[in-house]
Design a binder for this molecule. Structure first.
Ligand code: BDR
Ligand code: CA
Length: 310
């Protein structure tokens, strides 16, 4: 089987951690590197947490530090969902021989894209700051990529505000650069990611096996349970696993091509991915495949088996 070359850019983050585990275990995917960005948590946590996931999985995926702050707005984090340490305040050791690479996220991503011209699938699961910096520094980078399959945005309502989804809201200027970059984009926004959820029974069942990874996943997600329960949400959305799963199993998903523009100046709607799916007025461009549906049962079955096989 020819494996799909993938680069992840994460703000690790509870569901980013699960997405990395999934990318590691899916045989269709060849994970070449992971860059880290501030978002769910500060860069220091995001970077070290990614190394911690390497330790948990017994892997040594190269990890590259990226942005400490968004392009031009103050940093927004989501400690209330992901905990102060980004992993639901669960302790996880760092690798004993942690390799700290000096190359920046954007330089490492560019080098990898040049090694795999038109083949590399970029999977951002946090704010798009690193990617926008990379595209600004290397204007030929979008043309070198196969595609960008990202978790972010929403054609419908938001989560961090009524209009905007967190990853786009946290750095709208960066998202604007990415959505205009010309590379094919697959947008896995809240429209689909809110259908891709674990129920408590799923977490209990996995943890009951005694699998170290499953016990860890349940523990990190329990932090967000209190927050979600307050809003009456019954499941644990695995937002960031959606783009990873899409690359290996596109048959589980359905979507529509659309024009997507990022609101960067609105006072109420800042960070909204304005999508022309449901309007009479259409944008003069079509820049994204907007994913709208997933077969939840199959998605969860594959995700569980990936976690349990670590
Ligand atoms: C996104 O924001 C973060 O909370 C998650 O990791 C995901 O990337 C969902 O809005
Ligand atoms: Ca994330």
């Amino acid at each position: 089987m020819t494996r799909i070359p993938v680069w992840m850019d994460c703000d690790t983050g509870t569901d980013d951690a699960v997405a990395i585990m999934l990318a590691h275990k899916l045989e269709e995917i060849d994970l070449l590197g992971i860059s880290t960005v501030c978002g769910n948590t500060v860069q220091d946590n995001s970077f070290l947490n990614t190394h911690r996931i390497n330790e948990l999985m017994g892997t040594a995926y190269p990890v590259y530090r990226g942005a400490e702050k968004p392009l031009c707005i103050p940093l927004v984090t989501a400690e209330y969902v992901h905990g102060v340490n980004g992993l639901g305040d669960v302790e996880l050791p760092l690798p004993k021989n942690m390799e700290v690479r000096q190359e920046s996220a954007w330089d490492a991503l560019y080098a990898c894209a040049k090694e795999h011209p038109h083949e590399l699938r970029l999977v951002p699961t946090g704010p798009l700051t690193n990617i926008a910096i990379a595209f600004t520094k290397y204007p030929d980078l979008p043309g070198l990529l196969h595609s960008i399959t990202l978790m972010g945005g929403s054609a419908g309502p938001g989560n961090i505000t009524p209009a905007a989804e967190f990853n786009i809201f946290a750095d709208p200027q960066a998202a604007d650069i990415v959505f205009r970059c010309g590379a094919p984009i697959v947008m896995c926004g809240l429209d689909v990611t809110t259908q891709a959820y674990f129920e408590m029974e799923d977490l209990d069942e996995m943890a009951a096996t005694g699998s170290k990874a499953a016990v860890f996943v349940k523990a990190i997600l329990m932090h967000s349970y209190k927050v979600l329960a307050k809003y009456g949400v019954k499941g644990f959305c695995m937002h960031d696993s959606c783009p990873v799963m899409y690359l290996a199993h596109p048959e589980l998903f359905a979507g529509e091509e659309a024009g997507v523009a990022v609101e960067t100046r609105g006072t109420i709607t800042n960070g909204k991915t304005v999508t022309d799916l449901y309007s009479d007025k259409q944008f003069p461009f079509t820049n994204a495949l907007v994913i709208l549906k997933v077969d939840r049962e199959k998605f969860i079955r594959i995700l569980k088996s990936a976690i349990l096989s670590i």
